[in-house]
Design a protein around this ligand. Structure first.
Ligand code: ADP
Ligand code: MG
Length: 689
């Protein structure tokens, strides 16, 4: 099998377009996606026709605008190509008007109060940059048209339109900076992103016995496994045949959809895995990551597995992230975060690097908020995930360069050394400029940044919208500083160095190259004045409700006030709802599974070891009282007005009580007769034959 031959054969790609479109139409299409030139009606009409022809050849009966509403999922509503002529003769038709725009009833999508149901109009509009693709069904196929989604007033109702706006702002700011620095200005600067996707894969049968996993995505109770990840023998271990068959199934489907899968491996925890693509323009990477999550779920179900995308499905075991690799490049493929081959390129690199550090320094609060969800809270700050203090790792070699720059001195990176492993006939290996730092939320890894705090279930749209806009603002600031230095009489290089030095002196407290998991860093961060927003409600509030924190998104016109308020409302509401669902699921588990087991076991206390009988009785009683309290708290939650207050209450009262209940349950589980305990335990959930 040659993947290059089947890659993208379910996409309306360049090759198909060359076959189906006239040279002129294709050129005009490129002018639109590369230079933003408006698409004329006749060009769109030609494309719509070709797209329909191609879709019919590929067995498609329906088409849909495929978009990413603020639910965090994708959405689709299918329409048949079928129409009828006046004389009743059936025919497949598809017009530019249908390609360019759809109008789903938007009333049931979250809008955070931007619309009332009587103003329910929402529009989907084709995003021509992201190739149309075909999703195969059992009997027939569907043409998917990647789209953005907005309201009657033009307010963004999705994750993609704001992302696209942010790339436009970044493009402009990057070109301005290159111009001011005296470097050649490219046609366009884009953001490249590659998202490493972690997930758990467990047996579907066991999964179906855990209602908590099914309803909330995580285990709400469960004693620690005996084996777990203690032996560190799963990471990069040889992949079991049935898992590998699943991975191949997923990858093959994704290759045909034009998603460039590259890497697969076992992750740290048992039953945990990773799939990573080759990076692409962020807009397309965001779509492809959604397709990846969708295929993972579908193929898992088809093969008797359940796929867990939750950030922390198992307490005490590693959580799952989505490492968002992020860089900037131009149409010639020049990566602006590559240190380059000569002095000039290195200086250019430094300008982008320092601008990025400054961006994180200025907007750490919003960057933190961009990854804040109820489920990611269980991971950030845990010992395998970067903490909620936003800092940047650059490595010791670059740190030296930056320290010199602060004093106004320009030193170049030392030539790469070779790694001395003491093996004679093994090829020499060049050292990277940075070692790896797995503890940092944002790590520079040689020619890109790895934003590691993004949650495994999260779409790429919002975190990248925030990063891009922060970076754009920072580059503008850098341009301004250089301009000022030039007009003060400095030559260009002197001006750049002065600007770099000034900016660094202001922002480098956000650089930290040590172990971010250590207590020492938490203390150090306090001294440096870096915020540590541990929980979602406070992170969201600090970012979205503070004019000072959110103004960069407003002034860049990436999000307006309505859009920001809507996102805040949707996020806090989702937080409260998710916690409520968890609490109700826990109640159900106690009622239907746990209490019945305890009742039986309490009748037969002789079975238990003598030393634990008293404790068993005590904790059963404690559990009884706590679950009564939980019922009361849930009643209380109902009476609270306003999502923000509800979210606060969930964080302050319900979650801690759930944690306390879990402690009792986990002790009781360990002591109870296996025949009575109906929930599969951690060892069973995680054992892969
Ligand atoms: P790791 O060791 O962290 O897995 P890799 O080199 O395998 O690092 O790359 C991880 C991810 O980074 C991949 O998805 C890859 O496509 C992405 N990546 C590499 N270069 C860039 C870049 N210039 N811009 C964005 N993402 C990139
Ligand atoms: Mg990685």
């Amino acid at each position: 099998m040659k993947i290059s031959e089947l890659f993208g054969n379910l996409t309306f790609n360049e090759k198909v377009m060359r076959e189906k479109l006239s040279f002129e139409v294709l050129q005009r299409f490129h002018a639109t996606i590369e230079r933003g030139e408006p698409m004329t009606r006749d060009v769109a009409e030609c494309i719509a026709h070709a797209l329909k022809e191609w879709a019919l050849e590929n067995n498609a009966t329906h088409y849909t605008h495929w978009f990413q509403p603020l639910t965090g999922q994708t959405a689709e509503k299918h329409d048949a190509f079928l129409q009828f002529h006046g004389d009743g003769v059936p025919i497949e038709r598809f017009f530019a008007s249908e390609l360019m725009q759809g109008e789903p009833d938007a009333s049931s999508f979250p809008s955070g109060g931007t619309r009332t149901t009587f103003e329910a109009r929402g529009y989907t509009a084709w995003d021509p940059k992201s190739p149309c693709f075909i999703i195969e069904g059992d009997l027939a196929n569907t043409l998917c048209i990647p789209s953005v989604f907005f309201s009657y007033n033009g307010d963004s109702l999705d994750k993609k339109s704001t992302l696209i706006r942010s790339t436009m702002v970044l493009d402009e700011a990057a070109k301005e900076l290159l111009g001011v620095m005296g470097y050649p200005v490219p046609q366009r600067v884009v953001v490249t992103a590659g998202a490493e996707q972690e997930y758990y894969l467990i047996d579907r049968e066991v999964y179906r016995k855990r209602e908590d996993l099914m309803l909330t995505g995580r285990t709400l109770v469960g004693a620690q496994p005996i084996r777990g990840q203690k032996l560190s023998d799963h990471y990069f271990g040889s992949i079991l045949p049935d898992v590998k068959a699943f991975m191949e199934d997923v990858e093959l489907a994704l290759y045909r959809l034009g998603v460039p899968c590259k890497t697969r491996h076992n992750e740290v925890a048992p039953s945990q895995y990773e799939i990573a693509p080759v990076f692409e323009e962020v807009n397309i990477a965001a779509d492809h990551n959604q397709l990846m999550m969708m295929m993972l779920k579908q193929k898992a179900a088809a093969r008797g597995f359940a796929l867990l995308l939750h950030e922390k499905p198992f307490q005490g075991l590693n959580g799952s992230g989505k490492h968002n690799n992020w860089s900037m490049a131009d149409e010639a493929g020049i990566n602006y975060f590559s240190p380059g081959k000569n002095r000039e390129e290195f200086l250019r690199f430094l300008c982008f690097l320092v601008s990025f550090i400054n961006a994180v320094h200025q907007h750490g609060v919003f960057i933190r908020a961009s990854v804040a969800t109820a489920s990611n809270d269980f991971r950030l700050g845990g010992h395998e995930a970067p903490p909620s203090i936003i800092s940047v790792f650059v490595g010791s070699a670059l740190e030296q360069v930056l320290n010199d720059l602060k004093c106004g001195n320009f030193t170049e990176l030392n030539a790469l050394e070779t790694v001395q492993a003491g093996l004679k006939y093994v090829p020499q290996i060049e050292k990277d400029n940075t070692d790896r730092n797995r503890t940092s939320p944002i790590a520079f890894t040689g020619n890109k940044f790895e934003f590691r705090a993004v949650g495994s279930a999260q779409p790429l749209g919002f975190p990248n919208t925030v990063l891009n806009t922060a970076m754009a603002e920072s580059m503008k600031e850098m341009s301004e500083m250089i301009r000022r230095e030039v007009s003060g009489g400095k030559n260009r290089e002197e001006a750049i160095l002065a600007a770099l030095s000034a900016m660094l002196n202001n922002c480098d407290r956000v650089v930290f190259n040590g172990n971010c998991y250590s207590r020492g860093w938490q203390e150090e961060a306090v001294k440096r004045g870096l915020p540590n927003l541990k929980a979602t409600p406070e992170a969201l509030r600090a970012a979205f409700c503070d004019e000072k924190e959110r103004s960069f998104l407003l002034s860049a016109n990436v999000l307006n006030r309505t859009e920001l308020d809507a996102r805040y409302e949707i996020k806090v509401e989702e937080y409260a709802k998710r916690v409520e669902i968890e609490a109700r699921t826990l109640q159900k588990l106690i009622r239907k599974d746990i209490r019945p087991a305890l009742v039986m076991q309490l009748r037969d206390l002789d079975e238990l070891a003598w030393g634990v009988r008293t404790r068993y009785r005590e904790l059963s009683g404690q559990l009884e009282r706590d679950s009564g309290r939980l019922a009361g708290e849930l009643e209380g939650l109902r009476g609270i007005e306003g999502s923000e207050q509800q979210a606060q209450f969930c964080f302050g009262s319900i979650l801690p009580l759930m944690g306390k209940i879990r402690e009792s349950v986990d002790f009781l589980e360990e002591e109870t007769d296996r025949r009575l305990w109906r929930l599969p335990d951690y060892d069973q959930l995680l054992s892969r034959r």
